[in-house]
Design a protein around this ligand. Structure first.
Ligand code: GLC
Length: 782
């Protein structure tokens, strides 16, 4: 297709290469990120994920060799051959990413030419497709693949095939599902302990085949669009994530309450039902920060309206909820009911805000409100209008907006490929924008909330594309109340985290089908450590609130929700750091233990931040499990405080109320005192759980107002807590930054397995009290 290299030239950071048939551009973004671009559709890049491509000035050399052109940065060398075959070497001249030169050879299926017979029964055979863009790379035996956003199956994606085409499929998601609600065309490869990532920024239907088609190659491909991909070198996995979020943006620090516990159901209504549920939380002493209203709160599913029969005075209701410490989050779908006299429809129609067919006629399909039209979120005027519509909810006191059905879902068949969207003058087909529809809707929602509240917006979306993390949290759509789905949620969330989507969660307890007491008891143990901690279920399922089963389930539920609230400062600290390093809260073990290959395929354990490891129970009836303790650290059992050497497997007994949790030794885990919700009382005490190690260690703790953007102007505190335990325990608390007024008055140090009954804190000798295996010391900062 490309032909031979004819010529090349250099313009700033771009090397333009002229082939016989087409030109390509290789852009050096920085010493470890390189973009490969070929205008197979259009000359200009149209990225929705990367809004502000920052190209760093960096040194690179271009050398014309006989067979190839070599581009060398301080970290990489890229060799470009005829036909745009490219190989990438690290700085030690080791080949790390090699284009595949052989022919495409899909696996054979012997179906005797009678696939039609299987299709009749409803089977869905996989297809080998022809692609417009097809980039095959050589697959090596010891390669591992991670990322790809929200996927069923295992953590390592080798041998799988995935499609990016945002899809609402409410049947029980299984390992064979190649597409779900989200499109994140990004992955990380690990081979020989060295990692790199590839981000294929193409919004058409894209495919990733990781050696399923043929074990000699893996590929990424698309039905249309440009060749436009970024190679991001590690060699550490965290550096690849940093590079990916450098391009597409990181998850901004959320409001603190959004990390608390949230309760949802399709559907809490009328108002009396809402009040009944929230009162139960306080009565039962189970902390909770937010309640959700699903589609039933609207007037016949008209977005931005209230059903006045069910909710007489929404504003008043929300005020009452606030008094009791509850925030309200309401659902908003994109489908606007076709209904003359309904202001949103009338306004949108008058201004041409809805997508049209190829003849310019407003396109309709069927969703909850019946016949509906679809806002053209590609258009900045429409996004602005949608942003302003958020005010209708915000004026009532709504605290967050839940964007659903934005694949977009449609009940009367899919939207045809050629439905038209107007990107400020450029007419684009549905097939190009489908995968970014939810992304653009979330962006509009985010901007509306930001403009009208000036607080960090809380948006939750089902569909997304790379980069949506800047605007919204995500949940994994309609899972089921089954053990299989609980199991699947762990690698799914870990891969979402590796794909830049730090703020993510599943419906705790499961959405479809009916939970059992045991399943809910185990699910809350995972949920307590996942970024978005929300229990949600469908309209036809049994109740799933913490108290819906029996006392034992309720007690277990309370225990883990309370644990979550204790850990909030640790979780918030991790989010604070994530805004600059891109790292998620829920992490596969390999992220911090890349040198320990035993971590590469662990699907059923995860790290929560850097210092807490969770090994949840994901099977019915399981009363013990094997836990792998990664090499390179010692690990402390959170419940018994026993200390284990890393690099081995242990067996942990797991009665129903025990989720195995291990703390890395040499850690400080900050805790908040007990509370029912964020903002209930001023938090003037910070509790620090110290897990000693032979070496000195430290921890940086972040504090701000938990809601505004003032932290961007430097109004926050950073405490450095350092532990020196050579001969005695010396603790120092220093401010690195102290620009936020409300500081803690008191610190409580709980030192695990301490042999000392006194410590020196900021040069002052303090005597402690022993509780179980732990010595407790109080230090008054004033
Ligand atoms: C979709 C959503 C689900 C929601 C339901 C009704 O199925 O995924 O969370 O409850 O629609 O709005």
């Amino acid at each position: 297709m490309f032909g031979k290299i004819k010529d090349y030239n250099i313009e700033d950071n771009v090397v333009n290469i002229k082939f016989e048939n087409i030109n390509a551009k290789i852009e050096i973004i920085n010493s470890y990120i390189v973009n490969f671009f070929v205008p197979t559709l259009r000359e200009k890049r149209k990225s929705k994920a990367i809004e502000d491509l920052k190209v760093e000035k960096c040194e690179f050399k271009v050398i014309n060799k006989d067979l190839y052109i070599e581009i060398k940065t301080n970290d990489l060398s890229v060799r470009v051959y005829d036909d745009f075959k490219t190989d990438i070497y690290n700085k030690d001249e080791k080949l790390i990413c090699e284009d595949y030169r052989g022919d495409r050879e899909p696996f054979i299926k012997n179906c005797a030419g009678r696939l039609d017979i299987a299709i009749q029964e409803g089977h869905k055979p996989t297809e080998h497709m022809d692609y417009k863009v097809f980039i095959p790379k050589k697959l090596k035996e010891e390669m591992y693949f991670y990322g790809f956003g929200e996927r069923t199956g295992h953590l390592n994606k080798k041998g799988c095939h995935y499609i990016n085409w945002n899809t609402d499929d409410p049947t029980p998601h299984g390992e064979t599902y190649e597409k779900l609600y989200k499109s994140i065309p990004f992955f990380i490869t690990l081979e020989d302990k060295e990692a790199f990532g590839i981000f294929f920024d193409n919004t058409f239907e894209t495919h990733f085949d990781l050696g399923k088609e043929n074990s000699n190659y893996y590929y990424f491909a698309s039905l249309d669009g440009n060749i436009d991909y970024y190679f991001i070198y590690g060699p550490s996995v965290d550096k690849v994530i940093k590079g990916y979020t450098y391009l597409t943006g990181s998850t901004p620090l959320p409001q603190l309450w959004t990390l608390g516990y949230q309760q949802c159901r399709w559907a809490y209504c009328p108002e009396s039902n809402v009040m009944e549920v929230v009162n139960k939380f306080r009565e039962k002493d189970i902390p909770c920060d937010a309640l959700y209203l699903d589609i039933e709160y609207m007037d016949d599913f008209r977005v931005f309206t209230w059903d006045k029969n069910k909710f007489k005075n929404s504003k008043k209701m929300i005020e009452n909820l606030k008094k009791d410490g509850f925030k309200l989050v309401t659902i908003i779908d994109p489908g606007v009911k076709v209904d003359k006299g309904y202001s949103i429809y009338d306004e949108g129609l008058k201004n041409g805000y809805f997508a049209t067919d190829k003849n310019g006629i407003t396109y309709t399909n069927w969703v909850w409100p019946g016949n509906s039209v679809f806002p053209d979120f590609m258009n900045s005027k429409v996004r602005n209008w949608w942003s302003n519509n958020q005010k209708i909810l915000l004026d009532d006191g709504v605290a967050g907006v839940w964007n659903d059905m934005n694949e977009p879902a449609s009940f009367n068949g899919p939207l045809p490929d050629d439905i038209k969207f107007n990107e400020d003058g450029d007419i684009l087909d549905h097939k190009e924008i489908h995968n970014v529809y939810g992304h653009m809707m979330s962006k509009a929602t985010y901007e509306g909330i930001k403009k009208h509240t000036n607080k960090r917006p809380f948006v939750i979306t089902r569909a997304c594309y790379s980069g949506t993390q800047k605007y919204s949290t995500v949940w994994t759509g309609d899972n089921q109340s089954t053990w299989e789905h609980l199991r699947m949620s762990v690698p799914m969330l870990m891969n979402l985290g590796l794909s830049g989507m730090s703020f993510c969660g599943t419906d705790v307890g499961g959405f479809g089908y009916d939970a059992t007491s045991e399943l809910l008891s185990r699910w809350v143990q995972v949920g307590a450590f996942t970024p978005l901690f929300r229990n949600h279920t469908t309209i036809y399922s049994r109740d799933q609130e913490p108290w819906a089963f029996d006392k034992k389930t309720e007690d277990i539920y309370r225990k883990y929700v309370k644990l979550r609230y204790k850990l909030l400062p640790y979780i918030y600290d991790t989010f604070y750091r994530g805004e600059s390093n891109g790292l998620p809260l829920i992490r596969p073990l390999l992220l911090h233990y890349q040198n320990d290959e035993k971590t590469y395929e662990i699907n059923d354990q995860f790290l929560c931040g850097e210092n807490i490891m969770v090994a949840p129970i994901l099977e019915q009836g399981k009363k013990a499990r094997m836990v792998y303790l990664p090499n390179g650290s010692r690990w402390v059992d959170y419940w018994t405080k026993e200390v284990y050497e890393g690099g081995r497997y242990i067996i942990k007994e797991t009665p129903l109320d025990i989720c195995p949790i291990y703390i890395k030794s040499g850690s400080i885990i900050p805790n908040f005192p007990g509370m029912n919700y964020i903002g209930e009382k001023e938090i003037d005490t910070l509790i620090l759980d110290i897990y000693l190690d032979e070496n000195n260690f430290e921890y940086i703790h972040y504090q701000d107002d938990g809601e505004s953007f003032e932290y961007k102007d430097g109004k926050y505190n950073l405490y450095k807590i350092s532990i020196d335990n050579k001969n005695e325990i010396n603790i120092n608390i220093d401010f690195i930054i102290d620009k936020y007024g409300a500081k803690y008055n008191k610190f409580i140090f709980n030192i695990n397995s301490s042999k000392y009954n006194k410590v020196i804190i900021n040069k002052k000798e303090i005597h402690g009290a022993k509780i179980d295996n732990t010595m407790s010391f109080e230090y008054d900062l004033k």
